[in-house]
Design a protein around this ligand. Structure first.
Ligand code: BG6
Length: 485
């Protein structure tokens, strides 16, 4: 698929954190690689800004977030010529009329990108519609979290559906655009070797970790409202679980892939009532040391309420009620201010039933397949081999599944891939309406329970792996988090 020219990308939240840190750099890289055809990008913002100040802001965002080896001055200037600032108050009808007068009058490849809170999706859709800006080739990208719970997500889905057909709606989860996630699909569905082992007969359990070293940064206003459950778990972690656990889709096509992901979400064993405290751990960071520097506790971060009950960490034991996964726990965790920045899916195979070698730690020698999404993306298979020399000593060895010739190719950023897919009309890596709702349906009882309890999440020292209860969650099952790989 390629992008139809000319395109128009209208980016709401055009000077926000996401736009400056991820979207503009990704668009620059697409342009640099010759993948953006003729077209224009409009950064929509409330602020009134002259062209020079605006261009300097975008230039700075690209320079600070794109690897210096990819920065080429003439290419950057060419990109900046494609970018325009458009001032608009989303509640003012006249603003949309002015936007209509600026955009082309033809039915062009037009993508509206909502890099804003989801409370703005409804007024923006209405405004666009009233100004006649939605045409047959228009598409809309919705950033997560969409809604605050099942009910609000449903309302947003319904309102957006009044103006766009489901095929025109792209619900983005940028973790699905990460290189290793695509590779996970290829390794699973292009090799009979792994797929035949991919079930409860051979797999002991699966761990999915997204750990960040960063704290809440400048986003307290947003984060206080969402917490780790809505920011990371309901979307990124559950999506990674779906890709890991889904049945082979019949085709690599949007609905075929999404049908399988929805089945996984529907098969998640509900966690309700008493089970919530047993299976889900909430944490909030205290002061500590991150990246060698002392850092304040969450409650002392600028913009955070002094008695905030917002969680910055979650760990959960999730089970899937189907034939493939019965009895195989998925341990999921995510948190801010953890020991390191990493994202990994660890598939832990069962230990051998009987050893004829002098294996001292039968369980630590069990095979493991590790998908590392970041940093240093790649896939490793942990096997056992004979230690060279006399005797029959066995030792673990890591087989890297990333040949060195592949490592020289630049790994595209997740947003590069997803922006390209949305502009070219490929929705395979985007969520469908029912998928979004199923994820909320599973999460809803947990967030409702927490909001009724009004308890402070368990504190943990910044720079560690989270609260002790998260270690206990696995220890109770005789397992450990995989933290040394
Ligand atoms: C975003 C969350 O979706 O993902 C942020 O809102 C988080 O809180 C970010 O920091 C992490 O993304 P990445 O790609 O840097 O791991």
């Amino acid at each position: 698929m390629h992008i139809n020219a000319p395109f128009e990308l209208i980016l709401f939240g055009g000077l926000g954190d996401l736009a400056l840190r991820k979207l503009m750099p990704a668009l620059y890289l697409l342009n640099r690689d010759g993948r953006l055809p003729e077209g224009a990008i409009y950064a929509v913002t409330r602020r009134d800004m002259d062209r020079d100040t605006f261009v300097n802001k975008i230039r700075k965002s690209v320079e600070s977030h794109v690897d210096s080896s990819c920065l080429e001055r003439p290419v950057l200037e060419d990109f900046l010529n494609k970018v325009h600032c458009f001032t608009l108050d989303v509640n003012d009808a006249a603003g949309y009329q002015a936007l209509a007068a600026t955009l082309s009058s033809n039915d062009v490849n037009r993508l509206f990108y909502m890099a804003t809170g989801s409370d703005l999706y409804t007024p923006v859709c209405r405004g666009l519609n009233d100004a006649g800006l939605i045409c047959s080739q228009s598409k809309i990208v919705l950033e997560k979290p969409i809604g605050h719970d099942l009910e609000t997500a449903q309302k947003i889905n319904d309102t957006v559906a009044e103006f766009f057909t489901e095929k025109q709606i792209y619900r983005i989860d940028h973790y699905l655009g990460k290189e290793t996630v695509q590779n996970l699909m290829v390794l699973r569905f292009a090799n009979s070797l792994f797929e035949s082992q991919w079930n409860q007969h051979y797999i002991d359990h699966i761990q999915i970790t997204i750990s960040e070293q960063l704290g809440v940064e400048q986003r307290a206003e947003f984060y206080e409202h969402v917490g780790a459950m809505r920011d990371m778990f309901q979307n990124h972690l559950l999506q990674l679980l779906c890709i890991t656990a889904m049945e082979p889709p019949v085709k690599l096509e949007p609905d075929a892939v999404r049908d399988e992901k929805v089945k996984v979400l529907k098969a998640l064993k509900p966690i309700t009532g008493e089970l919530i405290n047993e299976k889900v751990v909430r944490g909030q960071y205290d002061s500590g040391v991150a990246d060698g520097k002392p850092v304040p506790r969450y409650r002392d971060e600028p913009g955070v309420h002094a008695k905030s009950l917002t969680e910055t960490f979650i760990a959960a034991k999730v089970e899937i009620d189907n034939w493939r996964w019965a009895g195989v726990p998925f341990y999921l965790r995510t948190g801010k201010r953890l020991a390191e920045r990493a994202c990994e899916i660890v598939v832990q195979f069962k230990e051998i039933p009987h050893s004829i070698f002098p294996l001292q730690h039968k369980n630590t020698m069990a095979n493991k397949l590790i998908f590392r999404l970041q940093p240093d993306e790649g896939v490793r298979l942990m096997l056992c081999e004979k230690r060279v020399g006399p005797g029959m000593n066995v030792r673990p060895m890591n087989l890297s599944l990333n040949p060195s010739n592949q490592r020289q190719t630049r790994v595209p950023e997740a947003y590069e891939r997803l922006l390209y897919d949305a502009l070219s009309g490929n929705a395979t890596l985007f969520l469908r309406d029912d998928e979004l709702l199923e994820a909320w349906r599973w999460v809803d009882p947990i967030i409702k329970h927490w909001s009724e309890q009004e308890q402070r999440p368990e504190p943990y020292t910044a720079g560690t792996w989270g609260p002790a209860a998260a270690t206990l969650l696995l220890a109770r099952d005789g397992r450990l988090w995989d933290e040394n790989s």
